[in-house]
Ligand binder design. Structure first.
Ligand code: UD1
Ligand code: CA
Length: 490
């Protein structure tokens, strides 16, 4: 991280007005997400780390959606509307109109270049200031430069101009050094050249890139800083690049947690949002997604095949093959395999939510267990409880949701239905197959199934000629033969 102190002579302009046509999406491009955050959110975060005096975001396409997203995370940012004149040059021009007296350095970032970090940009800025150039651009040398503007150098190897792919001759297009879309300009020099831009090019836009050539025509110094790592400058223009940027960011996040002491068995199938937090000695097994504001405490084992969204997992807990959202899993609790924890699930220390169990708004006390085949919703369970296999809380009567309250040390028989609202007192027990419609007092045994009645001979009388009747007849003869033998002996 770069130091966070205010840099009075730095303004950051973030371009986010473009339509993002190549995404073919109803959602504005800069709001597509990687690592759990919109593209523009990553850029805003990086900008903030540089401590600039001003941050301006330029919007136009779906301006309300983009402005809301920006101001939602960075209320201090100034949002500026681009008019109908298209192009990155025009976008910077309208931004600078908001800073008529600013005389420092203007760092231009693109809302669709999400992977640049503050360390790289800090070094870029120091390089620019050290050279006292009118502008410095960031370039990268790519195997495949398709789609990017090319950096054209003069005979001495200095930057001469940038040519957009659509305007490039074959020779220019063959250049593999590309413009990353990140620049720093002296404000005054930038203002002068922006006023000279025309839309006389293949796309009919005011290109910011033309400022570079214009500065050189005025014999002003322009430097290029080649990015140390080409993956930093990846621009997202289509869904393939979105996935690629997401993969690079994830690899970076996974590595960061590995260096913090987290065991991550299979980085390729582990996805961790930038907003999640993991403690040392957490183990993450393959095919696991740790998303949004999820926090995992030391020693917990997550996965395989698990997805946690906005969850809190306590120390030493185990969560296997589970899908959980807005759930709290206590220390040393165990969850899964094949569990579905929905919002409002709170499993206390040492508790268990087992196989094929779905929970929602369920508060489950210390050491309590819901081990098999259950639905527990709108329920409070005390401590030391064991619910038998197949427990169902019938929380919905077609009109409203009702709560089930189960006290401490309750043990329920298999296949119970708790018809809410209903209350089971401390230490109570319920029989197998019970349908609990009335409150059970503390310490009571609740039975709701009628005593069993066997109608002897029913199958042989009513199902003659079936396999069942034959089997019953054979069993009856064997029993009769046994009885005769016993009588003879006795
Ligand atoms: C741009 C550069 C190109 C560079 C590439 C790097 C120009 C003319 N070209 O091309 O040299 O290699 O970025 O990623 O600058 N935007 C506005 N207003 C507009 C148009 C665009 O704010 O009128 C914003 C977009 O929302 C986007 C950024 O500017 O965040 C870049 O625009 P985009 O259309 O993606 O430019 P590229 O074709 O990628
Ligand atoms: Ca782009």
């Amino acid at each position: 991280m770069t130091d966070n102190k205010l840099d009075d002579s730095l303004a950051v302009v973030i371009l986010a007005a473009g339509q993002g046509t190549r995404m073919k999406s109803a959602l504005p491009k800069v709001l597509h997400r990687i690592g759990g955050r919109p593209l523009i959110g990553h850029v805003l975060d990086t900008a903030r780390d540089l401590g600039p005096a001003h941050v301006i975001v330029v919007v136009r396409h779906e301006r309300d959606q983009v402005a809301d997203a920006v101001l939602g995370v960075s209320p201090e940012v100034v949002v500026v509307d681009q008019d109908e004149i298209p192009g990155t040059g025009r976008a910077v021009e309208v931004a600078l109109d908001r800073l008529p007296d600013f005389a420092g350095d203007v760092l231009v970032l693109s809302g669709d270049v999400p992977l640049l970090d503050a360390d790289t940009l800090g070094a870029f800025l120091r390089g620019h200031r050290g050279l006292a150039a009118a502008a410095t651009l960031m370039s990268a040398v790519l195997e495949d430069p398709t789609g990017y503007g090319r950096v054209i150098r003069d005979a001495d190897g200095g930057v001469d101009r940038i040519v957009e792919q659509k305007d490039a001759s074959d020779a220019e297009a063959a250049t593999r050094e590309i413009n990353a879309g990140v620049y720093v300009f002296q404000a005054a020099a930038l203002r002068t050249q922006l006023a000279r831009l025309t839309t006389d090019n293949a796309q009919g836009e005011k290109y910011l890139t033309d400022v570079i050539g214009l500065l050189r025509r005025d014999a002003l110094a322009v430097a290029a800083s080649v990015a140390p790592d080409v993956s930093l400058t990846l621009g997202v223009n289509d869904r393939a690049q979105l996935a690629e940027a997401g993969r690079i960011l994830n690899a970076r996040t996974v590595r960061r947690w590995q260096l913090e002491g987290v065991t991550i068995q299979d980085p390729a199938t582990t996805w961790i949002d930038v907003t999640a937090t993991l403690a040392p000695d957490v183990t993450v097994l393959p095919n696991t997604h740790i998303l949004r504001a999820t926090v995992v405490a030391a020693g917990a084992v997550i996965g395989p095949d698990t997805s946690l969204v906005d969850c809190e997992v306590g120390e030493g807990a185990t969560v296997r093959r589970t899908d959980a959202t807005l759930a709290v899993i206590g220390p040393r609790a165990t969850v899964g395999p094949f569990a579905h924890l929905r919002p409002g699930t709170q499993l206390a220390e040492g508790g268990k939510i087992g196989t094929f169990v779905e929970t929602k708004n369920a508060i489950i006390g210390e050491g309590s267990k819901v081990p098999h085949l259950s639905y527990i919703g709108d329920t409070t369970i005390g401590r030391g409880v064991n619910l038998g296999a197949g427990a169902i809380t019938a929380n919905y009567d077609d009109v409203a949701k009702h709560r089930t309250e189960i006290g401490d040390e309750v043990h329920s028989g298999s296949h119970n239905v708790f018809v809410a609202p209903v209350r089971i007192g401390d230490g109570a027990k319920t029989g197998a197959g019970a349908v609990i419609r009335k409150d059970v007092p503390p310490g009571a045994l609740a039975l709701s199934v009628a005593p069993q009645r066997n109608v002897e001979g029913w199958v042989e009388n009513h199902r003659q000629g079936t396999g069942a009747a034959d089997a019953a007849a054979r069993a009856r003869s064997a029993q009769e033969a046994d009885d005769v033998a016993q009588e003879e002996q006795g």
